[in-house]
Structures are given as C-alpha cells and as structure tokens.
Ligand binder design. Structure first.
Ligand code: SAM
Ligand code: SF4
Ligand code: F3S
Length: 479
C-alpha cells in the first residue's frame, strides 16, 4: 500500500532539470539514441511522452527500433495476467539484442508492473542485466537515475511508494495535433477485479490552474484536440476542493483555438447531470462519452463493486442522449467474471442491445493476484468464457456496422491526422465521435501536393463503411 501523496516541490523539479543539463553535457557529444516501448493505457502513453521529453532534454535522439538504441525503456502495464509473461518475453528479446547486436545497450523498466514486488524480485534474481527499475510515481527522478547509471555505472532499482504529482517535466508528444493531458492520477474505486488502485496509488488531482495553463500552451502551440485523462475523471478535484470536472470542462471550453476536447474515463457511478449539461453547451467538448459498463448483470456488478446497477446505467445513457442526441457512447466489457452465469451474460447482451454502443473494448476476466476477484472461488470454465467472448464481440460488431451504415451519405467533420497508408492522395482522421475516416483528396482541393496537412479540418462525404472504419471523399477544407 502507498503511504503518502505529495506534490513534488518545484525545487526538486528544478534540480532534476539541472541533472538533465549535466547528462546532456556528458551524453550529447556521444550521439546517444533511445527507444521507448509502451504497454497499457493512454496514461502510460502520456508517461512515455514525458520520458521521451526528458531523454531529448538529456541529449538523446529517438531511434526507430530497439536494436538501434543505446537506451531502451520499457513502460509496462499490469492490468491483465499475460502482461507479466509478455514483459519477461520482451526482456529476453532485449537481452539477446544486447548480447548479439548492441553491447552496451542500457535497459530501463518502469510502469505499473514495477509496483508489484514479485516482478521486481524476479528481475533482480533472473534478469540482472536490467540497468534501471522505477515505478509510475518516480518519473521525475528518472534523470537522476540515468545519471548514476552513466557516470557511476551503478544499477538503480528504486521503486517509490509515494503517490506523487510532478509538474513541469518536459514532454515530447507523439502527435502535433492531438495531445494527451493526464489531469489526475491513481484510483480509489477498487473494483474487485482491478489492479490499478494497487499499482497507481490513491486518487489525486492536478491543480486546475496548472491543467488550464498546460492546455492553453498546447492550444497556442497549434494543438487542435486534447484528451483529458484519469481513471475516473468525474472525481477530478474531489481531493483538492479546487473545482470539479464539469467546471474544468467549462473552463476548457473558453480556451481559444482548442477545437476538440475529449476525456476518459467516466465512471458511471459519478457522472453528474451538470457534466452532461456542460458537454451539451460546451463549444469544444466532443459528442462522445466513454462509459464502461463491464457487465449488464446486477449480481455481477455488485460483486465487481461498481456502485451502479443496470437500471441506473440505462437511465444515465438516456439522460445523456436526451441532452446530446447524436452522442457516441463507447464502453468496456468483461466476460467470465467469477460466478457469471448464462443468465448474467444474457443480461450483458441485453444492455448492449438496448444501448447499441458505438464501440466497446472487450476483455476476458483475468485474475490479478492481490485483488478480491482473484480469490473468488467460482471461476467460469475457460471454454465457456471463449464462447461468450466470441458472441459478445460478434454482437458489438453488428452494432458498430449498423451505426456506420447510417452514416453513408452524411458529411462528417474530420481532423486530419495523416496520410492514409492506403494510397497517394488519401488522408485519414477522426470525426468528433472518434470514428476513423479514410478519404480521397483531389489535388485541387488540397494544395499543390494533393495532401492535407496534419491538423487540418475537412468536411468529408462518407461513401463506404466497414465494421471498423469509414471511407469517403473530401468536400472542403475548413478554416
Ligand atoms: N478506470 C477505467 C474504468 O473504470 O473504466 C478503466 C481502467 S482499466 C485500465 C481498463 C479496462 O480494463 C477496464 O474498464 C476493464 O474493462 C478492464 N480490466 C481491468 N482489470 C481487468 C481484469 N482483471 N480482467 C479483465 N479486464 C480487466
Ligand atoms: Fe480499475 Fe475500477 Fe479504478 Fe477503473 S475505476 S481503474 S476499473 S478500480
Ligand atoms: Fe495498465 Fe497501469 Fe494503465 S496497469 S492499464 S498501464 S494504469
């Protein structure tokens, strides 16, 4: 368990910045390169952007593949069982790359798995070639750890147990158009199947003024879309008394130049009517709500400790759709939770049929040691889980295709993300509902190269659809 939550003092960040400058003076002339491998959720993606930001500040350049890198950082996830196996598999591969192709390559591992003591013990005992080990709350100390490894040739295994908030770290973002911003860390919900509260610590929000400063800076740097991240954004500000999530979203609506705002994840038990009102009235909140159902059975929801029942969930979606009629609703679903009966599973299919989710992340229950569900004594037979899972995915695919079919012939606003790998004169991007749209761009419409630059908004006629994507033709480029 974690003991303390602390905001890392600005003096400490300033000290780490000085360490970064010192590492740069040492490493810069050597032309060193890094590669970051990221597993897990968007919060880990955001943490990796911070690791990359620090590495660039320390004079490293990005390498396209681990075999071209002098330092490989593996940012891990522990949400499902096979995560550990996959991680040790990757470590084995990296070790052999180091042995055969890149002697001297350093290997650093971090992220949620490192908060599980048996994993760190196994690294210590069986993978002593790992150079640095740290946890998700220790990112700000990474420069110091790297300096020790480089200059004193010390292996550093140092996973902190404090719940930190570190502001002011450099960030190298993966996209120049859409940015992620983690607005809160940790989770206090303790769903019985989930490891996240055990590895990410207690729920803690960043101060609203600092979040807004970051978003304003992103907008003035040309970012058109931001994704606000937290395990349960509806609890934002509850620990600081600094205003709530609805208030934050309202303020974000006032940032000039920021055209789209998304957020995830909203826990159904904490969605307020006021949040739905703000979404409806906001000039930049996307008409998209990610609302994990997990199960449609009241008995299973109770055993999951989710804090809502199917009636409340259905009501919530109805209230949201009343306010925002074309709202896209996406979800997460787990099949095979201990004790799930055929009838429980039918209840999940029933809720899916009533709501017709626009998309769903579907998971088979995976026992995580240390969580209550891992000790539940009535596991579902694996063949039954597979069979239910296939039916669940098939049902979801039907619903997605039906949603997509209704869009044929409509014109959608797209934020261009890049060229469609499908061909020259093609581009792709996302609609406000987060649907991926590939489309043809006539040379005349798009400027001399026949390519729409990333970050452009365009109106696109949807001409064909598949279960997972939309296809269309460019109509006009928007200012
Ligand atoms: N905080 C978010 C929420 O409550 O919806 C999501 C966090 S979790 C990283 C993402 C999803 O992973 C969950 O919504 C759940 O569906 C799934 N998940 C988490 N633990 C799981 C487990 N032990 N087995 C299967 N799926 C799991
Ligand atoms: Fe896990 Fe539940 Fe927290 Fe989501 S809300 S991170 S599922 S404990
Ligand atoms: Fe995985 Fe940690 Fe995210 S366990 S899903 S990387 S919070």
């Amino acid at each position: 368990m974690q003991e303390k939550r602390i905001i890392v003092p600005t003096e400490e960040i300033a000290r780490q910045r000085r360490v970064m400058a010192a590492v740069r003076a040492y490493a810069g002339p050597l032309g060193l390169r890094y590669h970051v491998l990221t597993f897990g959720c968007q919060m880990n993606d955001n943490d990796s952007e911070k690791l990359a930001g620090m590495l660039v500040e320390m004079g490293y350049a990005e390498a396209d593949a681990p075999e071209d890198a002098d330092l490989v950082v593996v940012n891990t996830c522990s949400v499902r069982e096979h995560a550990d196996g996959k991680f040790f598999g990757h470590l084995g591969i990296l070790h052999s790359v180091r042995e055969k192709k890149r002697p001297g390559m350093m290997i650093a591992v971090c992220g949620c798995l490192m908060r599980q003591a048996p994993v760190v013990d196994r690294i210590r005992k069986s993978h002593p070639f790992v150079d640095l080990v740290f946890g998700p709350s220790d990112l700000h100390r990474f420069p110091e750890m790297l300096r020790l490894r480089l200059t004193e040739r010390r292996r550093v295994y140092d996973v902190g147990t404090e719940d930190t908030i570190a502001e002011g770290l450099p960030v190298l973002r993966a996209s120049r158009t859409r940015a992620r911003s983690t607005i809160m860390y940790g989770c206090d919900n303790f769903c019985t199947y989930c490891i996240v509260p055990h590895v990410r610590g207690r729920e803690r929000s960043r101060p609203m003024a600092l979040v807004l400063d970051e978003l304003r800076a992103l907008a003035s740097d040309g970012y058109r879309e931001v994704l606000l991240l937290g395990q349960n954004v509806n609890r934002y500000g509850m620990d600081t008394g600094d205003g709530d999530f609805a208030m934050l979203l309202e303020e974000v609506g006032r940032i000039p130049g920021l055209r789209r705002v998304r957020f995830m994840t909203s826990h159904p038990k904490d969605v307020s009517r006021r949040l739905l009102d703000v979404m409806r009235d906001s000039p930049n909140a996307c008409p998209h709500l990610h609302l994990p159902l997990q199960s449609g059975s009241d008995a299973v929801l109770r055993r999951m400790n989710r804090g809502y029942d199917r009636t409340r969930f259905l009501q919530l979606v109805e209230e949201a759709r009343d306010r925002i009629p074309d709202l896209a609703v996406t979800t997460d679903l787990i099949v095979g939770f201990p004790g799930e009966t055929d009838r429980d599973f039918d209840d999940t299919l029933d809720v899916m049929d009533r709501i017709r989710f626009d998309n769903a992340f579907t998971f088979q229950f995976s026992p995580r040691p240390g969580t209550p569900a891992a000790d539940m004594t009535d596991p579902v037979d694996p063949s039954v889980v597979t069979e239910r899972f296939d039916r669940l995915v098939a049902r979801q695919n039907e619903h997605m295709l039906a949603h997509h079919r209704r869009l044929v012939g409509t014109v959608q606003e797209v934020l261009v993300e890049g060229r469609d790998p499908g061909g020259i004169g093609r581009a792709s991007g996302r609609t406000p509902h987060n649907r991926l749209l590939h489309f043809g761009v006539p040379v005349a419409g798009a400027g001399p190269s026949g390519i729409l630059p990333e970050g452009t908004f365009a109106r696109v006629l949807v001409t064909r659809v598949t279960t997972f994507t939309l296809e269309g033709e460019w109509k006009e480029t928007l200012p």
